[in-house]
Design a protein around this ligand. Structure first.
Ligand code: FES
Length: 170
């Protein structure tokens, strides 16, 4: 993302949230590892005429923003009371079994990072998790292998598609 794109996001920023936060989220979305790199901090500071310290402190304040690389897919497990009471523990255990990671960790292949969240706004279908932008609710541990497999399959198809495209010989 270049300076003019950053400025454009800041210019169109929604009044409800600080422009810097919106820029951070947009820049993070562009990064395949879902984080704000050191060079991105510098670019944002330059574009918005703020100090790097201000960018760092804002990025550190919001749990949605990461300053370290994360997996390609972010799994957010709701740990609030309604989801806790509806079986969050089993969901977390199933994810640990399938992926070999717990909250705060990333799989060795860099595909999945697991994080906790206080509510996904999906309490009516507790227990719930969110993977990237998709919410999965009314979960049982039996649902998890299929869900994770779906993301792995999509990744494999993307790779095959990319390989197929690059191997066309003119
Ligand atoms: S408490 Fe889990 S989605 Fe709201």
């Amino acid at each position: 993302m270049n300076l003019s794109q950053i400025n454009e996001i800041a210019f169109e920023a929604d009044d409800r949230y600080p422009p810097l936060l919106q820029v951070l989220l947009a820049v993070q979305d562009e990064n395949p590892n879902h984080y704000i790199s050191e060079s991105a901090v510098g670019e944002i500071a330059r574009a918005l005429h703020v100090t790097r310290g201000r960018v760092y402190s804002t990025a550190s304040f919001y749990s949605e923003i990461s300053l370290t690389p994360r997996g390609r897919n972010i799994i957010r497990v709701c740990i609030n009371a309604p989801c806790e009471n509806a079986g969050k523990k089993e969901i977390l255990e199933a994810l640990k079994e399938i992926l070999g990671i717990t909250i705060g960790e990333t799989t060795d292949d860099g595909e999945f990072t697991m994080e906790s969240v206080n509510c996904l706004g999906a309490c009516y279908m507790s227990p719930a998790i969110k993977i990237n932008d998709q919410i999965f609710g009314d979960l049982t541990r039996e649902d998890l292998p299929g869900i994770i497999q779906k993301f792995r399959k999509e990744r494999k198809e993307e790779e095959e598609h990319a390989t197929g495209e690059s191997s066309i010989d003119f």
